[in-house]
Design a binder for this molecule. Sequence first.
Ligand code: DSN
Length: 406
Amino acid sequence: MKTIEEMIMEENKRQDDYVELIASENFVSQRVLNAAGSKLTNKYAEGYPGKRYYNGCDIVDQIEQRAIDNAKKIFKANYANVQPHSGSQANMAAYLSVLKPGDKILGMSLSSGGHLTHGHIVSSTGIIFEATHYYVDEKTNELDYEAIEAIAIKEKPQLIVCGASAYSRMIDFEKFQKIAKKVGSYLLADIAHIAGLIVAGLHQSPLEYCDIVTTTTHKTLRGPRGGMILTNDEEIAKKIDKSVFPGNQGGPLVHIIAAKAIAFEEASTISFSKYQKQIIKNAKAMSEYFLEKNVSIISGGTDNHLFLIDVKKSFGLTGNIADALLFKANIITNKNSIPFDTERPMVTSGIRIGTPAMTTKGFKEKEFIEIAKIIFDVLTDKTEEFAISQQTKVIKILRGVNNDNQ
Ligand code: DSN
């Protein structure tokens, strides 16, 4: 039987041998990795810096305070809670800080690009709260703020969620704020996907417009797997603290909090801003290649780190078949529902492509266009034999670049 250590070595090799285009994944620096794998994992620290339930927390107090200070600095926020174990837990803790079970939330539907925790029926957020949804416009596949306002007026939610997991256009938080004000609801922005772009000033920041902001720390932000909640409202901040601990979690993962502190420090550098700019340039270059080939891109392009291909319309394939074929060519994408998809979520009509991870590995427009060409050829040919024959080319492209995050 293989040991876990052997399996970790195999996973390390897998990460070296595949082109990683899952929009929510990234490769952290060695410093982040060292902190996440440190002896801090041995420590219990229920509570907050200076107010713990156990002794021996003086060092982890300093670490958590550093993570909080770094987060506040990069997001220009008055408050940060760095304890949520994940984006989903950040969302639930944030909801329960200002809502009661049974209250109504209004979020973006999953097939339009929203997240399960924005009130989908299979998520506890759709079970505990009464959830309603808004959709992208059927023609443009972009957010239609007038339509969202009409739904908000009709539904009168206590909280509106903006933010997405599969939406390639800018989100106008100011317009959402106007809608929330009009219907008297709280406004929460889930910036899990675009957090790094916001830190680099490449996307409008929601802090000025939203009551609460949640995020993961491991996507464009390039930190360890985890969540975080931000706000500028002093009263809401107190409620969030209580809702995270003891409301939703026990002891924080202090090794991960240390890794978050390092990632936030890295995110304050000029090289991080350059990296974020390159992510967008790469996504644009790749999507433009596909558009030239008459491939159907949802909403006709991208302003951020990802885009969706309608593989049914473009290649006569379902998302699950397309991502399986690409996997044979050592290219990892994920099947993804597209707006108004008629296929089930395990099948789908689309694939989602993101550039953050391979931009970290050093890919520029040239490499992304080379990969786009291979994707186009594999999905046009449709045979496993052809896909497998492309592996050598993919690995050659991978070996030709240097990771810029070590
Ligand atoms: N699973 C994440 C994503 O891929 O977007 C969202 O939680």
